[in-house]
Design a binder for this molecule. Structure first.
Ligand SMILES: [Ca+2]
Length: 200
């Protein structure tokens, strides 16, 4: 009798242990906040279209003499197999690689745009930075070129972020990176989060 009670107690104890072992990971999964959704396509600059260009991204420079090389780079990248590189070899105002994202009409609070940036021998001045334009229905710029800190000289990959409010009436957000000084610069792992608190 004593023996059977002991066995039963032992069994219950063992079962409790099993339940708690199962319960902990489930609880941990349930409590891990889901990653907010990245609104960008080809955010890692892995897809090519057309040749040497990043699918879904526009790359262009200020009107006038060609002064930039703008293309995918499969030798220097932060993650995956490629990044996007821009080199300014002659005086010119700017070059930009950017993507335009439509956002649903309505009230939005803010955005967080981040990317990994790297530079090589970028001359002092405006340098290499992230830029954001918020646009209204008619293309009017609600808030022009909010920009991040500018990287110059030679820097290893670092995460750069712009976090700001979205002006009312914004229906499109253009995000990208701009080079305004001579030198070489790269972008990888871009991430645009609209309404970070709601978007989980
Ligand atoms: Ca990449």
């Amino acid at each position: 009798m004593l023996e059977s009670t002991l066995i039963t107690n032992y069994t219950i104890h063992a079962m409790k242990k099993v339940i708690s072992i199962i319960a902990i990971p489930l609880f941990a999964v349930a409590c891990t906040p889901s990653e907010p959704k990245n609104s960008l396509k080809n955010s890692g600059f892995e897809q090519e279209h057309p040749k040497n260009q990043a699918k879904g991204w526009y790359a262009g420079q200020h009107a006038g003499e060609d002064a930039y090389i703008m293309q995918l780079d499969s030798n220097i990248f932060f993650e995956g197999k490629s990044s996007f590189g821009i080199e300014q070899y002659k005086e010119q105002v700017y070059a930009v690689v950017e993507q335009s994202v439509r956002i649903p009409k309505g009230k939005h609070k803010k955005f967080i745009f981040s990317a990994m940036l790297k530079t090589e021998n970028v001359e002092p001045g405006e340098g290499w930075k992230l830029v954001v334009n918020c646009r209204e229905e008619d293309g009017y710029i609600a808030k022009q070129y909010q920009s991040s800190i500018a990287l110059t000289a030679t820097t290893d990959w670092q995460k750069v972020t712009i976090e700001a409010d979205i002006p009312e009436n914004t229906i499109k957000i253009d995000v990208g990176a701009m080079l305004q000084s001579k030198g070489k610069a790269w972008i990888d792992n871009a991430n645009l989060i609209i309404d970070p608190v709601k978007n989980k």
